[in-house]
Design a protein around this ligand. Structure first.
Ligand SMILES: Cc1cc2nc3c(=O)[nH]c(=O)nc-3n(C[C@H](O)[C@H](O)[C@H](O)COP(=O)(O)O)c2cc1C
Length: 161
């Protein structure tokens, strides 16, 4: 069965999350759109919707959170969440990623979305003073991160088909 998937992405700092989204989109055969390019009602036409961005102040970027606030209620529509974050790689654990995703997850679940799975990895970060020291997480996402993203998408595709 072919699943109609859409990725809603906001990625601007170093396009870190865009690199992940491209891999996910390739595996899922999905289109990538920015939050401003999609009307909330349009999402009804998809079987699976992925929501992703970088992390600011421990949450997804505001355009993604704002879109989630405007979504009409759905009946257990399948969704997934992804992100890249600029925290030092050794603290980017499953639990840390889940806590970065908590605000978006709560909004989506409140609208009736069923979150199938979540992906996160470190991303190059030159926010604020970090730029004076060459930044954190240089060259992330790296090849390994993108391989994990690919495996995540394959597993997701199996779960939803
Ligand atoms: C304004 C701003 C705030 C940020 N806040 C956080 C944060 O709270 N936690 C974190 O881990 N990374 C934070 N970062 C780092 C980004 O989440 C990280 O670099 C991410 O990979 C950028 O994704 P993008 O290139 O797709 O925009 C911040 C970056 C910016 C520019």
């Amino acid at each position: 069965m072919s699943i109609k998937s859409l990725l809603v992405l906001h990625s601007y700092h170093h396009k870190n999350t865009e690199a992940v989204a491209k891999v996910l989109a390739e595996v899922l055969g999905a289109r990538i759109v920015a939050p401003r390019e999609v009307s909330p009602a349009e999402l009804a036409g998809y079987d699976l919707v992925g929501f992703g961005s970088g992390i600011d102040s421990g949450k997804h970027y505001k355009p993604i959170l704002d879109l989630a606030d405007k979504l009409p209620s759905v009946d257990a529509k399948k969704a997934f969440i992804f992100s890249t974050c600029g925290a030092p790689a050794f603290i980017v654990t499953e639990g840390f990623i889940r806590s970065n995703h908590a605000a978006l997850r709560a909004k989506l679940e409140a609208r009736g979305y069923a979150i199938v799975s979540e992906f996160g990895c470190p991303g190059f970060n030159t926010n604020m003073f970090l730029r004076y020291f060459g930044g954190l997480n240089k060259k992330r996402p790296n090849v390994e991160d993108l391989k994990r993203a690919e495996a995540f998408a394959r597993d997701l595709a199996q779960k939803v088909s």
